[in-house]
Ligand binder design. Structure first.
Ligand SMILES: Nc1ncnc2c1ncn2[C@@H]1O[C@H](COP(=O)(O)OP(=O)(O)OP(=O)(O)O)[C@@H](O)[C@H]1O
Length: 209
């Protein structure tokens, strides 16, 4: 269970944010909606422990994640969170398989080729495992990014605009994959989006203004 209460953040004196409190249970999905500039990416970066809040609390299964040192935050991010960024940020000199195994390595976990192959099968890119990531299409990169976020069976998955560049058919496919995979491992899925196609699909949502 992810619970955030009274989170505040300021880039400077002019740009201050007070976010609504919310929670997202295991296997559930939370949408963070809002217009451009409303603070969606800022909130996602707070949840990803890339920014530090000026106040409030971020808890995963009652453990506090706000106000960690940068070193602790990096460790917690690698072990408890799976992040799907808008851009994939793969290591282009490595194969798809090695990019997946890197997620294990960065979390100090044993590298599980078995887990990578299982995810590749269920996300439909098994035949790409030995390819360099530089040869992947946009849709393939997205599926590999989802698999990479799942490699360590995280408690929370954060997805930044996962459908923004997709047509209706692929939007539906990617959301279903994300939802099913998160449910499979009992993770809380948080999706930041301004994609209006998603807004009626989930009941748990917050709208930033
Ligand atoms: N490093 C920064 N320093 C100062 N202001 C910033 C910084 N980063 C973002 N902002 C401002 O904070 C506000 C929220 O930005 P944020 O990127 O969180 O919005 P968003 O809702 O994700 O927008 P979009 O949908 O366009 O990506 C914007 O007005 C932005 O200009």
């Amino acid at each position: 269970m992810l619970t955030c209460s009274d989170l505040t953040f300021a880039y400077n004196n002019q740009k201050k944010f007070s976010f609504p409190s919310f929670s997202c249970a295991e296997g559930d999905t939370l949408l963070i909606l809002g217009n451009s500039g409303s603070g969606k990416t800022t909130l996602l970066h707070l949840l990803a422990l890339l920014l530090q809040p000026s106040g409030g609390s971020i808890q995963i299964n009652k453990q506090e994640f706000a106000n960690l040192s940068p070193k602790e935050a990096a460790k917690m991010r690698a072990t408890h969170l799976g992040i799907i960024y808008q851009k994939s940020h793969f290591v282009s000199s490595l194969s798809v398989l090695d990019n997946l195994l890197l997620a294990n390595y960065l979390a100090d976990k044993a590298q599980s080729k078995e887990q990578a192959e299982k995810l590749a099968r269920s996300l439909g890119f098994y035949e790409l495992l030995d390819k360099p990531t530089s040869l992947l299409s946009g849709g393939e990169q997205q599926r590999v990014s989802i698999a990479r976020a799942l490699m360590n069976n995280p408690e929370v998955i954060l997805a930044d605009e996962p459908t923004s560049n997709l047509d209706d058919e692929n939007c539906e496919k990617v959301i279903n994959l994300l939802e099913n995979q998160s449910k499979n491992i009992g993770a809380s899925l948080v999706i930041v989006t301004h994609d209006q196609r998603l807004k009626d699909k989930f009941s748990n949502k917050i709208i930033l203004s």
